[in-house]
Design a binder for this molecule. Structure first.
Ligand SMILES: Nc1ncnc2c1ncn2[C@@H]1O[C@H](COP(=O)(O)OP(=O)(O)O)[C@@H](O)[C@H]1O
Ligand SMILES: [Mg+2]
Length: 255
């Protein structure tokens, strides 16, 4: 079976700093692949590079056997690669259902995202998308927020809505950066629920998070990064049991 995502020898430098140093891994279809590592390890940079936000200094990225390095984020979206963002302020005035629909529109037309920001009229999603967006919210008992503006929602909920926006775009690969950060306990429960459904949908997930417990619970395999390099890759329990992995973490709890 063709891998969903293959990263080979990916390297990103910022001046003299090698933020990502020749990282390689492959994600199988439907697999949830976690990336952990201390602050500054290069996790976000790796995700940004895969999703086309950064130019690679070396290496390749393939999605379902097709080279995608050098492609823009909107091109990647149309190839099935979705990602969540930290709640972006420019979308704060969006109503939740319109914001979800943006996930689907952006996948269809590259210009929509830009247009949506410039022309308020574009913000009105079409009715079918709005209905589907409401249905998606209802699956998680979130109908009540369908008509709310993003800025009216607590931060954690806004992040969950952004995850739903990414999923609404029908990705085959989904890249998530720190989904648990800033989320309350109740949001965590909802986050698990949403990710369960995304996974059951057969979507391959790459998830970066600082919550080692959360990531190891959810992931089929883990990549541990440290100073841009690969420290270990493999079964979460085995990887977390390694002395060098433990040493890389200050505050990684035993067990
Ligand atoms: N745009 C940038 N310019 C310069 N250095 C950066 C930039 N983004 C990240 N870095 C540096 O690259 C390293 C990796 O950062 P990052 O990928 O954000 O780590 P993580 O997400 O694992 O905490 C850090 O040393 C960080 O300071
Ligand atoms: Mg980060």
């Amino acid at each position: 079976m063709t891998d969903a995502l293959v990263v080979r020898d990916l390297t990103i430098r910022f001046g003299g700093l090698v933020a990502v140093d020749s990282i390689s891994f492959a994600v199988a279809p439907g697999e949830t692949f976690g990336v952990i590592g201390p602050n500054g390890a290069g996790k976000t940079t790796l995700l940004n590079a895969i999703s086309g936000l950064l130019r690679l200094h070396a290496g390749t990225v393939e999605v379902e056997g097709r080279p995608v390095h050098g492609k823009r984020p909107d091109q990647l979206a149309r190839l099935g690669v979705g990602r969540s963002f930290q709640a972006a302020e420019v979308f704060n005035d969006f109503v939740v259902t319109d914001y979800l629909s943006l996930g689907r529109l952006a996948q269809q037309r590259a210009s929509v995202l830009a247009a949506a920001l410039r022309f308020p009229s574009v913000r009105r999603a079409d009715r079918a998308d709005t209905r589907a967006a409401r249905d998606l919210l209802a699956r998680f008992d979130l109908e009540a927020i369908a008509g709310e503006r993003l800025k009216e929602l607590p931060y954690g909920l806004r992040k969950l809505v952004d995850l739903l926006r990414a999923w609404f775009g029908r990705p085959r690969q989904l890249l998530l950066d720190e989904p648990t950060s800033g989320t309350a306990v109740a949001d965590r429960q909802l986050l698990r629920q949403i990710l369960d459904e995304v996974r059951a949908d057969g979507v391959s997930i790459v998830v970066v998070d600082h919550d080692v417990q959360f990531v190891s619970d959810r992931c089929d395999r883990l990549l541990v990064m440290n100073f841009g390099t690969e420290l270990a890759t493999g079964d979460p329990a085995e990887v977390l049991d390694r002395a060098d992995v433990r040493a890389a973490y200050v505050g990684l709890e035993a067990g």
